[in-house]
Design a protein around this ligand. Structure first.
Ligand code: ADP
Ligand code: ADP
Length: 232
């Protein structure tokens, strides 16, 4: 079955055509790369699927159903969660507050609920191998790799059926990239569909099952990663 389909989507920003009729088909349960140079339309695709911008033309289907993603809430309601390249965490809130807002506000219910919520976040971080990050720490006090990992962990915390990772390794290196590889593999084993946005073929080889290449706002092809020769 198909998790996601974009059908000849056009997105214009004034006179700029960010997407000029892009199509994409992502199978349920796969890790699908969206690969392209700067300006190819990758972030625009992420924004469309996250409910941040609307297509000028064309349609989006999620698990076979035509959908309108007018706001982030609509995407969340359909199980689509995004870790943005430009980290979307609120700097002067804590890790736990960022994880819990806005779907499950901690303001109602008082101390007991807050403690329970904090424990849930701590447990989630532990399970993801991020137990070294204090859920009570303000985002602004974390280093960039930690912030990128929390951006990703937050999307996972919300139990996505479709997870969008936009350049998720931009601040990561070494062991943190191994961490992400383990996380993506674990989610895949749990049936989650992941869309991995990147401009680095070496990462696509490492993380993904199939890839779609975007160029100048159009898809130029989809292939199995295993079928791509080494010098590509
Ligand atoms: P990528 O993520 O692949 O680098 P983008 O989706 O960010 O590509 O951009 C695709 C094209 O759309 C680029 O030419 C970019 O300059 C343009 N673009 C993106 N966002 C906007 C915007 N808000 N206003 C005007 N042009 C935009
Ligand atoms: P059902 O469970 O009756 O198939 P759902 O609405 O739960 O109905 O699922 C619809 C489609 O989405 C099915 O093809 C199912 O395999 C797929 N699906 C459900 N949950 C997930 C998930 N967590 N990750 C990926 N695909 C899923």
């Amino acid at each position: 079955p198909e998790a996601l389909r974009l059908e000849t989507v056009v997105k214009a920003y004034g006179a700029t055509l960010a997407l000029g009729g892009a199509s994409l088909s992502v199978r349920s349960g796969e890790v699908h790369a969206l690969l392209g140079e700067n300006g190819a339309g990758k972030s625009t695709t992420v924004k469309l699927l996250s409910g941040l911008v609307r297509p000028s033309l064309g349609s989006i289907r999620i698990f076979g159903e035509p959908v309108q993603l007018a706001r982030p809430k609509d995407a969340h309601a359909l199980g689509v969660q995004t870790a943005f390249q430009e980290i979307s965490l609120v700097r002067d809130l804590t890790v736990a507050e960022n994880m819990l807002l806005p779907e499950a506000p901690v303001n109602a219910g008082g101390l007991l609920r807050r403690r329970h919520a904090l424990a849930r976040v701590a447990e989630h971080l532990e399970r993801l191998g991020l137990g070294d990050i204090d859920p009570r720490a303000e985002i602004g006090l974390l280093d960039l790799p930690q912030r990128q990992k929390i951006e990703i962990a937050r999307a996972v915390f919300r139990q996505p059926r479709i997870l969008l990772l936009d350049e998720p390794t931009s601040a990561l290196a070494g062991a943190d990239i191994d961490w992400l590889e383990g996380l993506v593999a674990g989610l895949k084993a749990g049936g989650v569909t992941t869309i991995f946005i990147s401009h680095r073929m070496v990462e696509v080889r490492r993380f993904c099952d199939r890839l779609t290449v975007l160029r100048n706002g159009k898809d130029v092809g989809t292939a199995e990663v295993a079928d791509i020769s080494d010098d590509a």
